[in-house]
Design a protein around this ligand. Structure first.
Ligand code: UD1
Ligand code: CA
Length: 458
């Protein structure tokens, strides 16, 4: 099968410098949704028709190719003279021995299952149209039938008052035998209300030639909704998020409110996972069995292992949280953080590019960066690894069972030996030997007879 994706329209109503098909839905450009669905049908040819914002669209296509998968060709449509004219630009790329499926870069939510039904209905020699019956069909092409059979499609602007009453609409998505498609497109005229070459006019040609025209219907009407404005983009985003939430619920995930979760990527959940309101998941996030995520957390490319508890207001990115760990509230785990089992990270603690082994704790106000922390280590409040000298970064090593007193600065590169204790307020610039107390602050001093100054009377 060949797939042609129309993406040349300019999307004026988006009021944006970004080409319409590159606006994100669930964190991914609209066009990528369509390309991913098309790829799941394993087409032999995939061609994107681009026009407005050409450079940006081409750049995006390059990045899609880099992700692997099949070749994507691109054809420029300039100027844009209608949907039929758009498909014509892709014809040199298409293989006549297979039918051609026409998709739209701004219709992101069509499921592969619905497309497969259309493809199956059309076979190799029929023209297939994905149609849907809408309460309000205004603005869309209407499916005109005689005695049940489709005879043509008429655009809103060209329709008679009676035709405008038809509620069955053209989604725009079609499958056509490719050699016939070439012939029909070559014969299109633009004598209509918009002066455009309408793809939809191939239907009447097929009927004239005795080619069967069949229809299939999407599983739900939202599958064929397109994006022309930010309002429609927001509506589709909510539909898509609701679908994701329903799938999570069906798999047994507890959602405090399915209307208040946003998944912008892939969220994989084990059994008995609970997610509170206002959480955002980006990239690939895995929540293992029994994980709890409190309200208002942002998790990006993260793996949270079994039984861990992410308390409210945490930000976790490119990090692994070990089993039964307790994170937050208000913790930030930055890229390269790998926490072992039963690690406790409390409020206002930031960890970056560090490994923290089992049962270690940093419960309050700390920065742990470029550090290797052993097991059962206690990092006191206000501890900071000074990993950066303004030019280079260095590692801090804290071995098993060390105790770092509050308000210490560990000036890397430095090692705290196993079982060592640092007194509160230590500025560690040399290694602290294992098993001993190291302290860098001056001895405490009390000045006898000292008096507080008193206010001078004027
Ligand atoms: C088209 C259909 C209409 C259908 C509707 C569904 C035609 C003539 N009409 O309407 O029956 O109900 O879609 O939304 O086909 N595009 C190009 N190049 C062009 C023109 C359009 O790439 O020259 C792309 C647009 O970017 C868009 C899609 O084709 O993705 C549909 O174009 P749009 O103008 O939104 O649809 P209509 O022509 O109004
Ligand atoms: Ca149009």
């Amino acid at each position: 099968m060949n797939v042609v994706i129309l993406a040349a329209g300019m999307g004026k109503r988006m009021q944006s410098a970004l080409p319409k098909v590159l606006h994100p839905l669930a964190g991914k450009p609209l066009l990528s949704h369509v390309i991913d669905t098309a790829r799941s049908l394993s087409p032999s040819k995939l061609c994107v028709i681009y026009g407005h914002g050409g450079a940006a669209v081409l750049e995006h296509l390059e990045s899609q190719k880099a992700k692997g998968g099949m070749e994507i060709s691109a054809a420029l449509q300039e100027p844009q003279l209608g949907t039929g004219h758009a498909v014509m630009q892709g014809l040199p790329e298409l293989d006549d021995n297979a039918p051609t499926l026409i998709l739209y870069g701004d219709v992101p939510l069509t499921t592969a299952a619905s497309l497969q039904r259309l493809i199956d209905a059309a076979g190799h020699d029929k023209l297939g149209i994905l149609t849907v019956v809408l309460d309000d069909p205004f603005g869309l092409g209407r499916i005109v039938r005689h005695g049940g059979a489709i005879v043509r499609i008429v655009e809103e602007k060209d329709a008679s008052p009676n035709e405008r009453k038809i509620q069955e609409i053209n989604s725009g998505i079609m499958v056509a035998p490719t050699a016939k498609l070439r012939q029909w497109l070559a014969a299109l005229g633009n004598d209509n209300a918009q002066g455009e070459y309408y793809l939809t006019d191939i239907v009447a040609q097929a009927v004239d030639e005795g080619v069967d025209v069949v229809s299939a219907h999407p599983g739900a009407p939202w599958e064929v909704l397109g994006v022309n404005s930010k309002t429609q983009l927001a509506q589709l985003e909510r539909i898509h998020q609701n679908n994701i939430a329903q799938t999570l619920l069906e798999k047994g995930v507890t959602l405090a409110d399915p209307a208040r979760i946003d998944v912008r990527g892939e969220l994989l959940c084990g059994r008995d996972v609970t997610i509170d309101v206002g959480c955002v998941f980006e990239g690939k996030v895995e929540l293992a069995d029994g994980v709890t995520v409190g309200p208002n957390c942002v998790l990006v490319n993260a793996r949270i292992e079994a039984g861990a508890n992410i308390k409210p207001f945490c930000h976790i990115e490119d990090a692994v949280v070990g089993p039964a760990s307790q994170i937050g509230p208000y913790a930030r785990l930055r890229p390269g953080t790998v926490l072992g089992e039963d690690v406790h990270v409390g409020n206002f603690v930031e960890i970056k590019n560090s490994q923290v082994a089992a049962h270690s704790k940093a419960n309050h106000l700390a920065y742990v960066g470029d550090a290797t922390v052993g097991s059962r280590v206690n990092i006191g409040a206000g501890t900071i690894t000074c990993n950066y000298d303004g030019a280079n970064k260095f590692r801090t090593v804290i071995e098993d069972d060390a105790f770092i007193g509050s308000d210490s600065q560990l000036v890397a590169p430095v090692t705290v030996g196993a079982g060592a204790t640092l007194g509160a307020g230590t500025t560690l610039t040399k290694d602290a030997p294992a098993g001993k107390l190291t302290i860098s602050r001056p001895k405490q001093l009390t000045i006898e007879g000292w008096k507080r100054p008193v206010k001078v009377k004027k």
